[in-house]
Design a protein around this ligand. Structure first.
Ligand SMILES: [Zn+2]
Length: 187
């Protein structure tokens, strides 16, 4: 049994469960398998992922991918938070395959996170790889650590944004982005 699995057994014992009963015998193994998937992002390089897919293009219109599905784990409680991520940038003659933006969201999400840092990391990765005029990222998420424990239940949709470059300095760009984000009512 791995250290991870031993630890899960200890948790089961400490909540008063019997790790030997039928339904729980294979739980440590299953939890380890699940956690390997949930934290696979530590072994992946978001910058390399983006840089591989960058190409020159004379485009100066905002590029946006809306409603990227997001599942992550809150580092404070080791409980999931999930929602949608919206990513946009204003290219400076360099663009990236749209699927790569979703991929970067996933790489950062599959680590222990807080929503604020996740938002910033995605924005900074896009800024770093593309050197665009600006980047905007908004994450709308529901946190099970709040919902299941009854904390702030009424207001459990947390919204965080990170604006870089022209998304921060230029009101028209920011407003265009915020307006596009506002049109999604997906959660
Ligand atoms: Zn939490």
């Amino acid at each position: 049994m791995s250290v991870f699995q031993e630890s899960v057994r200890t948790i089961l014992e400490s909540i008063g469960e019997d790790p030997g009963r039928e339904g729980l015998v294979k739980t440590p193994e299953r939890v380890e398998d699940a956690w390997r998937v949930l934290t696979v992002g530590y072994a992946q390089d978001p910058m390399a992922t983006l840089r591989r897919a960058v190409f020159e293009e004379h485009c100066n219109e905002m590029v946006m991918v809306r409603e990227i599905e997001l599942y992550s784990m809150c580092e404070h409680h080791l409980l999931p938070f999930f929602g949608k991520c919206h990513v946009a940038y204003l290219p400076k003659n360099r663009i990236v395959g749209l699927s790569k933006l979703a991929r970067v969201v996933e790489i950062f999400a599959r680590r222990l996170q807080v929503q604020e840092r996740l938002t910033t990391q995605i924005a900074e990765a896009v800024q770093g790889a593309l050197d665009p005029y600006g980047v905007g990222v908004v994450i709308e998420a529901r946190h099970l650590c709040m919902m299941m424990r009854g904390v702030e239940k009424q207001n459990s949709l947390a919204v965080k944004s990170c604006m870089l470059g022209s998304f921060q300095s230029d009101a028209a760009t920011r407003n265009e982005f915020v307006d596009l984000v506002g049109r999604s009512h997906s959660l």
